[in-house]
Design a protein around this ligand. Structure first.
Ligand SMILES: Nc1ncnc2c1ncn2[C@@H]1O[C@H](COP(=O)(O)OP(=O)(O)O)[C@@H](O)[C@H]1O
Ligand SMILES: N[C@@H](CC(=O)OP(=O)(O)O)C(=O)O
Length: 470
């Protein structure tokens, strides 16, 4: 089908140096040359976001020397890329990169002086990664004869709430984005938007959560009523398992929005968990494509329910670094208010619950949370509870999930999962299946997660055939 408007997202791997950026620009150029209007959305160069987080922590801890060393190494990386992309030393792009680095250095010095890193200042610092790669992509596009103009997320109209580190777009944001980017497109200019970031109503920079550039691209796709959003990756598409863990993982040709959300939620790093949400209502498809093999169809994510009874499971995925929080004691016994107070305490702290299970006698409640949230969870529960209860953390856990719309109403899927785990002698600590029946998840010992993933992948035959049309 001929497209008239596409949003293309390039992740960290596709932006990691001049050669990768030039290749990414050529992928956008293939479409613009064919008469398609393209909005390009970019992530930070691979490793930069983690580097910025690290140096912000170092400055807060008083180690300004290592923070400055890390900034200097990044600066060299950005300048080298600009130079390799043909920017002259006195060009506007080089001047801008220099100014951005100077502002970054000052912000980090502020953190060092105050010894305080608030969620707001962390977002300001971490968003420099994307702000610095946008001018590089604009340079590469110019090198291909395309007139490009780069913008921050806020300049592109992305307005968010003030939930620093995990911000959500405000409803009014879509119209602003349409106004800001529509004008450029009408003038024949390719907008290059710094992903991962927006601005709150006060104009402070916010970020959309790790992997958030996917989300930026779909927000823009919705705003502009794009024909499709294309997320270019270093993998063939969304695969039946993480290819780093399962060597025979296969590309999945089609997934529904719901399936992708489950996969991302249960740890598949390939897309941001909320990335498809802006597209669901309008039914705009999301394509995950391989930058190394641009003619390969990749994965098409759309509205189709796509339940394939013969192949109920499409993928297996895992969340690592999980802790179980076990609440026990006679106080839980038959007292619904106690359980309510547990959830209220968790909600106040804004902690994500990965799994919940309650024994039928009601004398035990187990919660699975990211280990990074475990201390907060323990404190919230101990502070917010009534009655004589014991709250304990069990670290070193992983949550493994199988996902597929074809599981709905199918019998025997759970049995196959459990026997695959038993065959590898993997002990199951907790089990859950949501009423949507799009997934079944189990908590297991973290040390066994890779073996378990490979066994489950094999048991459902995912390496032979992953989500191909029936
Ligand atoms: N089910 C999966 N399908 C594809 N990739 C996966 C999956 N699970 C984990 N991954 C990992 O996600 C990576 C791609 O995501 P990411 O690095 O965030 O992309 P980018 O930065 O290019 O947007 C792959 O290198 C792969 O190892
Ligand atoms: N750079 C941000 C946002 C992002 O989406 O990156 P990537 O596309 O490389 O996953 C992060 O690392 O979280």
């Amino acid at each position: 089908m001929a497209h008239s408007l596409l949003v293309m997202k390039f992740g960290g791997t596709n932006m990691q140096g001049a050669a990768a950026i030039r290749h990414s620009a050529s992928l956008a150029a293939r479409s613009t040359r064919g008469g398609v209007r393209v909005v390009v959305v970019v992530s930070a160069m691979a490793g930069v976001t983690n580097g910025l987080l690290r140096l912000a922590e170092a400055a807060q801890g008083g180690d300004i020397a290592s923070a400055n060393d890390e900034i200097a190494a990044m600066r060299t990386r950005h300048f080298t890329a600009a130079q390799d992309l043909g920017a002259a030393p006195d060009s506007a792009a080089v001047r801008e990169i220099r100014e951005l680095h100077e502002t970054l250095r000052q912000a980090v010095y502020g953190v060092y002086l105050l010894r305080e890193l608030t969620p707001r200042s962390r977002d300001l610092i971490v968003a420099f990664g994307e702000r610095l790669s946008a001018p590089l992509m604009a340079l590469a596009l110019s090198g291909q004869g395309i007139q490009a103009h780069h913008l921050t997320g806020g300049q592109a109209g992305i307005m968010t709430d003030a939930h620093f580190g995990n911000a959500r777009p405000l409803p009014g944001s879509y119209e602003r984005t349409r106004d800001r980017l529509g004008g450029l497109l009408d003038a024949g200019i390719t907008p290059v938007v710094a992903g991962f970031m927006g601005e709150n109503e006060e104009g402070a920079i916010t970020t959309l959560g790790r992997g958030g550039t996917d989300f930026s691209a779909t927000i823009i796709g919705k705003a502009l009523h794009a024909d499709e959003v294309w997320a270019w990756k270093d993998v063939d598409g969304v695969m039946s398992a993480d290819p780093r863990v399962v060597p025979d993982a296969r590309n999945i040709e089609r997934l529904s929005y719901g399936e992708v959300m489950e996969l991302a939620y249960f740890g598949a790093k390939v897309l941001h968990p909320l990335a498809v949400t802006p597209l669901q209502e309008s039914g705009i498809p999301l394509r995950v494509k391989s930058a190394a093999d641009p003619d390969f169809p990749g994965t098409l994510v759309g509205a189709e329910p796509d339940g394939d009874a013969a192949h109920p499971v499409k993928a297996v995925t895992a969340i690592r670094g999980v802790s179980l929080i076990n609440v026990t004691g006679a106080g839980v016994l038959g007292v619904p208010e106690v359980v309510a107070s547990l959830f209220a305490a968790i909600a106040r702290e804004n902690i994500t619950l990965l799994m919940v299970s309650q024994s039928s006698s009601m004398s035990n409640v187990s919660l699975a949370v990211q280990s990074a949230d475990a201390r907060r969870t323990l404190a919230a529960l101990r502070g917010g509870m009534t009655g004589e209860l014991k709250v304990e953390e069990q670290p070193g856990v992983a949550v493994l999930a199988i996902v597929g719309a074809g599981m709905r109403g199918q019998k025997g899927v759970a049995a196959r999962l459990f026997s695959a785990l038993a065959s590898e002698d993997v002990n199951i600590l907790m089990i859950s299946q949501g009423s949507s029946e799009l997934n079944i998840s189990v908590a297991i010992d973290a040390a066994e997660v890779d073996t378990a993933t490979r066994a489950v992948h094999a048991a459902f035959g995912l390496g032979e055939r992953a989500g191909a049309p029936a």
